[in-house]
Every structure is written in structure tokens, then in C-alpha cells.
Design a binder for this molecule. Structure first.
Ligand SMILES: C[S@@+](CC[C@H](N)C(=O)[O-])C[C@H]1O[C@@H](n2cnc3c(N)ncnc32)[C@H](O)[C@@H]1O
Length: 224
């Protein structure tokens, strides 16, 4: 029998999990219930969840596009200031059912509004109801939709609001013009769009960890 050798970044994620993050039965349970319900294992890692939590710290309004079983949702909702509100959007009713149970178990049903449907159908209603109030937005749904979701996130952000779009680097394919995977093409289009968007100041950060090599785009919405 051969031992599986983990890449060093997987081991380091484990080290951070045991040291900086510490066990959290509720968060572990979300991943267990998501697996048991047959949801894909595509949530952020614990270290990334904590990173989002720190970025969103003391937000009064958080927007998430792409809920899955609610793992990143809980990390983000725990960053809300008292009385703060979060809206999270999920297309798949089966995923949303797991997420709703997650919110119930986490005691977050009051502060998190889970909306089920296609983000592009739901975002205009959020704009009419709330206007540009969001301090932090996390874009993590279908990748071809990311450019349109980013535009909505900018429109819905308050000046100074922060937007993170996940899974942009895609194992380095982002910078390979011969890669025509629609998700990669969409992320290249996203970066070009963000680069030309005078409403924001942005950067891209590459990441490695237990879910491999990827990265995100982060943008600050400038004063209007
Ligand atoms: C990468 S997963 C989200 C992971 C989650 N943010 C986390 O880290 O725990 C992407 C989710 O977006 C959902 N999704 C796909 N297309 C969507 C759409 N058009 N509108 C809203 N959600 C969508 C998928 O069903 C899936 O649950």
C-alpha cells in the first residue's frame, strides 16, 4: 500500500485549521450534512471562510450570490454587526433546503434572508427594495454569470463597499488564452470588465490550499 502524499498547501491548511481556526462543530456539521445530501464539495475552505469573515467584519449589509449548503453564509453572517442583515441567493432548491436547515441550526434565520432562484431574476428586486446599501458582497455562483453578478454587486454596494469574486484563477487557466472553457472565458471577461470599471479599484489574489490552486478578484467601490 502506498501512502498518499498531500501537497504542502493541503497540510498547511490543516495546520491553520487546528491552530488559528480551532474546531467548530456547527461548521463541520454543515459540511457533513451537505455531503450527506449529495451537494458538491465546492464550498470555500475553512481558512477562506475565516478570511471572508474578517473582511466583512462589522458589516451591516452583506450580499452573497451562491449559497450552496450555507457554509460561507455562516462565516459571513457571523461578521454582521448587531442588527445587521445578509441576503444570500441560491438557484437550486435542493441546495437551498440544506442551507435553510443550516441557518436554523446556526440561529441565523432572523438575520439571513435566503432567496431561491436565478440571481439575475432576484437581484433587480433587491435593488428596488434596498438600493446601494451593501458593505460586503461575495460572488460565488455559476462562473459564466460572474461578470453580470459583479456589475450588480457594484450597483448594490455603498461607496466603500467591498466585493470578492471567487474562483477566478482556475488552476492558472485565467492567463492561458488558448483555454476556452466557458468558466475560464467568463473569468477573463470579468477581469477585463473590472479593469475598465471606473466605479471600482481592484486587484486579483492567487491562492493555494486544500481545494488546490485558484484565486479571487477583490474590488472596493469608490465614492460616487
Ligand atoms: C460554489 S457554490 C457556492 C458555495 C458557497 N458560497 C460556499 O462557499 O459555501 C455555487 C452555488 O451557486 C449556485 N448557483 C448556480 N447558478 C446560480 C444562479 N444563476 N443563481 C444563483 N445561484 C446559482 C449553485 O447551485 C451552487 O449552490
Amino acid at each position: 500500500m502506498t501512502d498518499t502524499v498531500l501537497p504542502p498547501w493541503t497540510a498547511v491548511d490543516g495546520f491553520f485549521l487546528e491552530t488559528l481556526l480551532r474546531p467548530d462543530p456547527l461548521l463541520d456539521d454543515i459540511l457533513r450534512r451537505s455531503d450527506a445530501a449529495g451537494l458538491p464539495s465546492i464550498s470555500v475552505t475553512p481558512a477562506q471562510g475565516k478570511f471572508l469573515h474578517l473582511l466583512a467584519s462589522s458589516a451591516s449589509h452583506i450580499l452573497e450570490i451562491g449559497t450552496l449548503g450555507g457554509y460561507s453564509t455562516v462565516w459571513l453572517a457571523r461578521a454582521l454587526q448587531p442588527g445587521g442583515r445578509m441576503i444570500t441567493i441560491e438557484f437550486e432548491p435542493r441546495h437551498a433546503a440544506v442551507a435553510r436547515e443550516t441557518l436554523r441550526l446556526a440561529g441565523l434565520l432572523e438575520s439571513v434572508d435566503l432567496r431561491v432562484g436565478a440571481a439575475l431574476d432576484i437581484l433587480p428586486g433587491i435593488a428596488s427594495e434596498h438600493g446601494p446599501v451593501f458593505d460586503f458582497s461575495f460572488v460565488d455562483a455559476d462562473k459564466p454569470g460572474a461578470p453580470a453578478y459583479f456589475d450588480w454587486a457594484v450597483r448594490l454596494s455603498r461607496p466603500g463597499g467591498l466585493i470578492v469574486v471567487d474562483n477566478v484563477v482556475r488552476n492558472g487557466a485565467l492567463a492561458d488564452p488558448s483555454d476556452e472553457d466557458p468558466r475560464v472565458v467568463a473569468m477573463r471577461r470579468l477581469v477585463a470588465q473590472v479593469a475598465g470599471d471606473t466605479r471600482v479599484s481592484a486587484t486579483g489574489i492567487q491562492t493555494v490550499g486544500s481545494k488546490g490552486y485558484d484565486g479571487f478578484v477583490m474590488a472596493r467601490v469608490l465614492p460616487r
